[in-house]
Ligand binder design. Structure first.
Ligand SMILES: Nc1ncnc2c1ncn2[C@@H]1O[C@H](COP(=O)(O)OP(=O)(O)OP(=O)(O)O)[C@@H](O)[C@H]1O
Ligand SMILES: [Mg+2]
Length: 287
């Protein structure tokens, strides 16, 4: 195991990238559950990898393991092993398609709130080791705005909100942004509209939510793009293969590819301080 961990560390470190670059931490979330966060996160991560960035996808949906199931890669170790201090961060990282690194969530786990101070410290310490090792640390959060999800959103400060064109999904996305803003947190939200029937519907959905968020919360909600409703997503899920691998030319995959390009081209992102600042914010939220 130790050898494997070292090999992995070496692999990560040997990536050809400027050493000064900080790990950018991004949370993927939604108001309503089941809108496509996990599928988006996984294929978005692969799209970033394909553009030459190293990504660690972190299944932060504690209680419902997801990413490993989507990939059909049974997780030998998961977040639970880390939280129980049985494994180090290097030992729970697995490698998926295209060299994508991921950490499985582990089912049956309730919440971080119930962890002891020492367990939390260990968790934070281990996450801290990721500093500078990957370009992107992507957190896929679970359904509903739980305390954990809120911590990840606030600590990451960069959040992609996924909604579908359905009014229930839109209002829940708005409620989530409002909650974070009302609590006084400063988070950069960006929008992805998933399962659109066409671009017009996607644009209308985006216009609606952006208008309300602007009017009532005084926030800008930049649009990253649309992902069409595509039966191949469900097919890929059933095959337990990432859409980007099973159907790279599918409409949904192309939508996610466009979003990845746009995401990388935007210069608007504020300097959020990488892993260390993320951990400071996490610790503050725990206390
Ligand atoms: N673009 C799409 N086109 C068609 N179906 C989709 C699309 N995106 C997601 N789905 C369907 O929605 C289901 C739920 O997706 P996913 O598990 O990614 O949602 P989630 O937001 O992560 O759910 P949870 O809130 O439970 O974590 C998928 O199994 C798939 O069948
Ligand atoms: Mg999910």
């Amino acid at each position: 195991m130790h050898d494997q961990a070292q090999a992995l560390r070496h692999l990560v470190l040997s990536r050809n990238r400027p050493p000064s670059r900080q790990t950018r931490i991004v949370t993927v979330t939604s108001g309503k559950g089941g809108v496509g966060k996990s599928n988006f996160s996984l294929n978005f991560a692969i799209a970033l990898q394909r553009r030459g960035y190293s990504v660690l996808l972190f299944d932060a949906d504690m209680g419902m393991a997801n990413i490993d199931v989507l990939l059909g890669i049974p997780a030998q170790y998961n977040l639970l092993h880390l939280l129980r201090r049985e494994k180090t961060i290097w030992e729970i990282i697995q490698t998926g398609p295209g060299g994508l690194q991921f950490i499985a969530g582990g089912s049956g786990f309730k919440d971080l709130v119930r962890l002891s101070e020492e367990e939390l410290e260990y968790f934070a310490d281990q996450i801290g080791k990721l500093h500078g090792h990957v370009d992107f640390l992507l957190f896929d959060t679970g359904a509903g705005l739980t305390k954990e999800t809120l911590r990840f959103i606030v600590a990451a400060q960069e959040t992609i909100v996924v909604t579908t064109p359905e009014p229930t999904s839109i209002t829940d996305a708005y409620a989530l942004i409002k909650m974070v803003k009302t609590m006084g947190h400063n988070v950069d939200f960006r929008l992805v509209v998933n399962r659109t029937s066409d671009d017009r519907e996607g644009q209308q959905t985006a216009d609606n939510i952006r208008q309300v968020v602007g009017k009532y919360l005084g926030l800008d909600l930049p649009l990253l793009g649309f992902v069409p409703d595509d039966a191949l997503v469900s097919k890929a899920v059933k095959r337990q293969t990432a859409l980007a691998i099973a159907y790279p030319d599918s409409p949904a995959c192309r939508g996610i590819e466009r979003i990845a390009s746009r995401f990388l081209s935007e210069e608007t992102v504020r300097e959020t301080g990488g892993v260390r600042t993320f951990l400071q914010r996490m610790r503050r939220l725990w206390s």
